[in-house]
Design a protein around this ligand. Structure first.
Ligand SMILES: *[C@@H]1O[C@H](CO)[C@@H](O)[C@H](O)[C@H]1NC(C)=O
Ligand SMILES: *[C@@H]1O[C@H](CO)[C@@H](O)[C@H](O)[C@H]1NC(C)=O
Length: 255
């Protein structure tokens, strides 16, 4: 390739990657609250401890995706006691935009939900958070497994009645992570992890964003024969989930 052609291709791809970044300040994106990405330069908050650092997501994104699909498969196949199997549960795949937004949130060094994190592609982005303190060194993969497991165990706080008609009631704060994991139309996930010294321990904050979130009075999933209605067949690793090429619209919550 000639240098000039190379430059044109390179420049075009740079321009394109800028164009793909949404305008997160756009008023149509959020019904209320400030968007985490609006005016955000993706820097650590001044109030963060000096040693705060983001864990490189290349080290763990497959673990997150795998853990999410593992627990979704347990639900979809009807192996979660007290719950019925799920029809047409999506395989979750990684999403860099959601991960970038998650990174902005963990860089506050505070473990809390943000007000709004919707994108042009996803009109109702969901979010799970966790904060853990650890003594000594730790394995990131193990931390992710434990975190997703902790979220999943919230299934005992709610019950089957929330699946067909999800309620944001008094149980919301203690079971919302499970509801998010069980949401069949959540097709994408992007997570971020930050660690910093907290007294004599290491604090590790986790945020995952999802392409859809549970809606009050709407279903988490349709109960029925797992993989029924998957038009593209099932995922070979997680037999209760549709393959990742299945076209499932995360923005359509009436089903
Ligand atoms: C499910 O949870 C709801 C709300 O907490 C409760 O009213 C209902 O009795 C529970 N159902 C079963 C079968 O436990
Ligand atoms: C959940 O917790 C938040 C913050 O602690 C609180 O403001 C909110 O009212 C709680 N929601 C419910 C439904 O209990």
């Amino acid at each position: 390739m000639k240098t000039s052609t190379f430059c044109v291709v390179l420049c075009l791809s740079v321009i394109q990657s800028f164009a793909q970044r949404s305008d997160y300040c756009k008023p149509t994106l959020c019904q209320s609250g400030r968007h985490i990405g609006c005016g955000n330069k993706n820097q650590y908050a001044l109030t963060c401890p000096k040693d705060a650092k983001i864990v490189n997501r290349e080290n763990y994104k497959n673990v997150f995706v795998n853990e999410h699909n593992r627990v979704r498969n347990i639900i979809a196949t009807g192996n979660l006691v007290g719950y019925y199997p799920a029809m047409r549960m999506a395989t979750v795949t990684w999403d860099n935009e959601l991960a970038r937004l998650a990174e902005m949130l963990v860089k506050t060094c505070i473990s809390s939900y943000d007000e709004c994190r919707n994108t042009d592609r996803f009109s109702a982005v969901g979010q799970n958070i966790a904060s853990t303190t650890i003594i000594g060194s730790y394995s990131v993969a193990k931390l992710i497994e434990d975190t997703v497991d902790k979220w999943f165990k919230e299934h005992s706080i709610i019950n089957r009645s929330y699946v067909s008609t999800y309620k944001m009631d008094d149980n919301f704060n203690t079971s919302r992570h499970f509801a998010q994991l069980a949401l069949s139309r959540a097709t994408r996930v992007g997570c971020a992890i930050i660690e910093f010294t907290d007294g004599t321990r290491t604090r590790v904050n986790v945020v995952c964003n999802y392409s859809a979130r549970p809606m009050h009075n709407q279903a988490l999933y349709t109960e029925g024969c797992s993989v029924a209605q998957c038009l593209q067949g099932h995922n070979t690793n997680f037999q209760g989930l549709c393959t990742q090429s299945e076209l499932i619209d995360p923005n359509n919550y009436i089903y």
